[in-house]
Design a protein around this ligand. Structure first.
Ligand SMILES: C[S@@+](CC[C@H](N)C(=O)[O-])C[C@H]1O[C@@H](n2cnc3c(N)ncnc32)[C@H](O)[C@@H]1O
Length: 294
């Protein structure tokens, strides 16, 4: 049996397998062989921090307490993110997606815009979306705007809701945006209330089919690698169903829609590939967007 050098007597391969299976059964999150090292290191850290003698003891603790289970899961989730993480994606939002929604929904009352940041981590992604919408959507005050930001991690969501970040997190936010959308605090910067109010933060496991209503654009970046192929495809189907015809689906740069069970149309913009749900009913063309037209 292969054992881990540092904690050979405490955390064996079969124990790691049991923990992996427990997490897959309970949360449908898969730590496959590509993340083996990360998984065993994080479990070991947790075990040592809790002063537990073995992997079996850890299993007993997390099986007996959902608080302990969640604490272990939090330790295993990667929450790496940043403001405007892929600039080309925000450019696509500004120059392609929002103008199309604007044209398609011009005659609707109420005129709604709903964007879902699925796997929003500590909030940088939904705040980047809200800032882009504020800057790019013409006559934003005439729209009902919601950025739905969901994540399985309560800890990440608490951070996201506070909207407080150290200065170094804002390196990809322009000076003008910092001035307009952030307030300086003792420890860094906090997102202004008018941007925070655009966002609804909700704890949600993406494998659960929760009704979210119709969405114009879904960001699901660097999240799908947490699932088995079967679950990934089921999630993609739900995303597809939630999108309005003509709505867009956005993945992280290194991700693709291999084997997707749905027919998204890829749209390539510079070095960015986004996916569109077809079937939009030809909208009545909006008149030129001048203030008087509202
Ligand atoms: C690497 S972060 C990506 C953050 C952001 N989307 C980005 O690309 O910058 C992955 C996020 O997915 C979340 N996540 C993992 N499994 C999830 C699940 N089953 N349901 C919802 N969120 C999940 C994690 O908690 C984490 O915040």
């Amino acid at each position: 049996m292969k054992q881990h050098p540092v904690t050979a007597a405490r955390l064996t391969e079969p124990e790691l397998d049991q923990i992996r299976t427990l997490i897959e059964n309970r949360s449908a999150i898969l730590f496959d062989s590509s993340r083996e090292r990360f998984f065993s290191t994080r479990v070991r850290e947790y075990l040592e921090e809790k002063g537990l003698a073995s992997g079996s003891e850890l299993m007993g603790v997390v099986r007996g307490s959902s608080i302990e289970y969640e604490a272990l899961l939090e330790r295993l989730l990667t929450q790496e993110t940043s403001f405007f993480r892929y600039p080309a994606v925000y450019e696509a939002l500004e120059t392609k997606i929002l103008p199309e929604v604007q044209e398609r929904k011009f005659w609707e009352t109420p005129r709604t815009l709903r964007i879902w940041s699925a796997g929003c981590s500590t909030g940088e992604e939904p705040y980047s979306i809200a800032i882009t919408v504020s800057e790019a959507l013409k006559f934003a005050e005439a729209w009902e705007i919601e950025v739905l930001a969901t994540d399985i991690s309560r800890r990440a969501l608490r951070h996201a809701e506070r909207g407080a970040y150290p200065k170094r997190s804002l390196q990809d936010v322009s000076l003008g945006q910092v001035e307009n959308y952030f307030t300086a605090t003792k420890h860094g910067f906090q997102v202004k209330p008018r941007i925070r109010r655009m966002i609804s933060f909700v704890q949600m496991n993406l494998v659960e089919s929760v009704y979210v209503g119709k969405i114009d654009c879904i960001f699901c970046m660097n999240v799908l690698m947490y699932f088995s192929e079967e679950r990934r495809l089921a999630i993609l189907r739900r995303f597809y169903d939630a999108l309005e015809p003509g709505g867009y689906f956005l993945l992280g740069h290194a991700e693709t829609l291999t084997n997707a069970p749905v027919k998204f149309e890829p749209v390539v913009l510079g070095d960015c590939r986004i996916y569109r749900k077809p079937g939009v009913v030809e909208a009545r063309r909006a008149p030129a967007l001048v203030e008087g037209a509202l």
